[in-house]
Write a protein that binds this ligand. Sequence first.
Ligand SMILES: Nc1ncnc2c1ncn2[C@@H]1O[C@H](COP(=O)(O)OP(=O)(O)OP(=O)(O)O)[C@@H](O)[C@H]1O
Ligand SMILES: [Mg+2]
Length: 322
Amino acid sequence: MGKLIEFQNVKKDYQNQTVINDLNLTVDEGELFVLVGASGSGKTTTLKMINRLEELTSGKIFIKDVDISNVSKRELRQNIGYVLQQIALFPTMTVAENIAVIPEMKGMAKKQIDEITDELLNEAGLEPTDYRDRFPQELSGGEQQRVGILRAMAAQPQMILMDEPFSALDPLSRQQLQKLVLKIHAKYHNTIVFVTHDMNEAIKLGDRIGVMKKGELLQVDTPLEIAQNPKDKFVRDFFNASLAKDIYDVYISRVGLIQGYLKDRPNVTEDMIKQLDSQLTLRDVFAVLKDFEYISVVEDTKVLGYLNRQQIISYLSQHEKD
Ligand SMILES: Nc1ncnc2c1ncn2[C@@H]1O[C@H](COP(=O)(O)OP(=O)(O)OP(=O)(O)O)[C@@H](O)[C@H]1O
Ligand SMILES: [Mg+2]
């Protein structure tokens, strides 16, 4: 996969204040890239420069090697889905009509739009026959947010920008929508740039994470790299602050055997726990179990438990097939 988005020495000033300073970043095609950072660190500004809702002060942004300042905003945005914290669905349009807006603008055939709409609604757990003809006010907040995500995806844009799309939701809806994003991403391989201030969310979702502080990117790495080799104290503290839960897990793969962290079990130390990748063979797993006492098992976002050597065998026998 080649690179899709490239920031080159991007700087953004508002009045006399520099809010993005010499940003260099490449996002690959098909990647789910998460920008994480505290409030005011410049995440939204970075995102908005990609679809030119904000213009750069200096530097360049390329999409597929084309300098976006040479592309009309209209054309640029046709290929970029955008999802915000408060999704504004069109209130007088049904769910299906809302989803169809951009595909219609792009001239997609009605039959194809209907097919995609139903497919996406199914994907999101919204039974099409039940939800297609409802109006936004007949949906819960979480359902509206779901439809907003589907709407951004329906035209199969080159990339989707998501700015804290779940932060107004309760934890359960939030988890479900995180799963939806992962599912959709795994199925359609869209390039997604996802902004959050929540490191846990970043770790769950990101193929790679960029940690921002005061307009600078401190570290860009996989969740695992950030967990194991934080570049500086800020990144480490930011990461550790997200260990607030008593059980914390680092997601290396979406479903699989993953490194865990136990806070309230002093008898289990970090070096007794091993991270694994879901692609590993059974033999690899057993090789690991020679040297490590525990493996934590995570499915989607839920910690199923911690297994020792004996237990791992029965776990694997149950999960090998899927
Ligand atoms: N239109 C504007 N005019 C002046 N300053 C702005 C403008 N928009 C943003 N800023 C400033 O730029 C900085 C970065 O803002 P930005 O919205 O990118 O942060 P953020 O990381 O998205 O924060 P949050 O997590 O709160 O959404 C902040 O200091 C903010 O006050
Ligand atoms: Mg923001």
